[in-house]
Design a protein around this ligand. Structure first.
Ligand code: ZN
Length: 124
């Protein structure tokens, strides 16, 4: 954890872009909550799986309530394998960690402190 070179590399903005490319954003309909997932496409609208939301035809409408694409908001990648990204962030850059990861770090630090205390106790 004390290797600044590694921390710097992992925190470069480019890392996020790569992950975003691996998992394209899903978009949620603000009117009804329908979520367009690029990996699934839209059967009803003849949209092939793998089609990015930004590549949808202008004529595409929400299959549930019929609003245009302008009524959708980017909610980021969903259902994508995230273990890799979480592992990258673990132990580095606390600001980017999820609450769960922060808890892991806190309890991990407590555990390390306890072990350290035990080792000192053993020496005396
Ligand atoms: Zn809708």
């Amino acid at each position: 954890m004390s290797e600044p070179g590694i921390e710097k590399r992992l925190n470069e903005p480019g890392q996020e872009k790569t992950l975003a490319e691996q998992a394209p954003s899903s978009y949620e309909c603000r009117a009804c909550g329908y979520v367009y997932e690029p990996a699934k496409g839209d059967n009803q609208g003849n949209i092939a799986p793998g089609t990015l939301f930004t590549d949808l035809p202008e004529s595409w409408r929400c299959p549930v309530c019929g609003v245009p694409t302008s009524q959708f908001i980017d909610i980021g990648a969903t259902g994508a394998p995230s273990g890799f990204a979480e592992n990258l962030n673990y132990g580095f850059g606390v600001n980017r960690m999820t609450p769960g990861q922060k808890n892991l770090l806190i309890f991990g630090a407590l555990g390390l402190g306890f072990l350290f205390f035990l080792s000192l106790y053993g020496l005396h």
